[in-house]
Design a protein around this ligand. Structure first.
Ligand SMILES: Cc1ncc(COP(=O)(O)O)c(C=O)c1O
Length: 183
């Protein structure tokens, strides 16, 4: 959002350091939750008209945390073959079965959903913006396909603010590091 150097953000950060020091000395799970986290989460929940909100520090953690909680033992996750590494790792943490469909191929997704129509829980997950190419998820078609079976569809990754793919200025993944792949 480009707010890092906004004067009000900088002033608030300085005030926070004066009161809390330079860190929380622990993870949220242990001793790292302070009143500022709770205040932010309460405001976000109100803004989104939801009962509660939980803030993760990174997108990667969001996908790990959310996907791994939402999928149970007998559920099936349908995952786009080009999904981000964080989604792939989140799925790996679930006890459910994983079914990969060809990138943005809604016909194949539909066929796979039909094949597993008797599964108790089905979870379809796709990036809003596919980070390797900047390509957008075919959200409307995806929702149409999944609603046939009354399935809840949730795009957990970021969406473009202005409708344009994001500009990526660094190689992804960084040179020398193997990308996470389904398999
Ligand atoms: C589609 C997508 N989801 C999630 C992430 C992870 O976000 P973060 O860098 O905040 O962990 C990225 C990062 O590049 C991404 O491209």
């Amino acid at each position: 959002m480009g707010l890092t150097h906004h004067p009000k953000v900088k002033e608030a950060a300085i005030r926070a350091i004066e009161k809390y020091g330079t860190g929380c000395s622990g993870s949220r799970f242990l001793n790292g939750t302070i009143d500022l986290h709770l205040e932010l989460e309460a405001k976000l929940a109100k803004f989104m008209n939801k009962e509660e909100a939980l803030v993760f520090s990174t997108g990667f953690q969001t996908n790990l945390g959310a996907i791994s909680c939402l999928v149970g033992e007998n559920d099936i996750v349908f995952s786009d073959s080009e999904n981000h590494a964080s989604i792939i790792e989140g799925i790996r943490l679930t006890p459910g079965k994983r079914v990969i469909y060809e990138h943005n191929n809604m016909q194949e997704l539909r066929a796979k959903l039909e094949k597993y129509q008797d599964a108790p829980g089905k979870f379809v997950v796709a990036d809003g913006v596919f980070s390797m190419t900047g390509e957008l998820c075919r959200l409307k078609e995806l929702v149409d396909v999944t609603q046939l079976g009354g399935i809840i569809t949730k795009s957990l990754s970021w969406k473009p603010r202005d409708g344009n793919p994001p500009r990526r200025i660094v190689p992804h993944p960084p040179a020398g590091r193997a990308p996470s792949r389904h398999g």
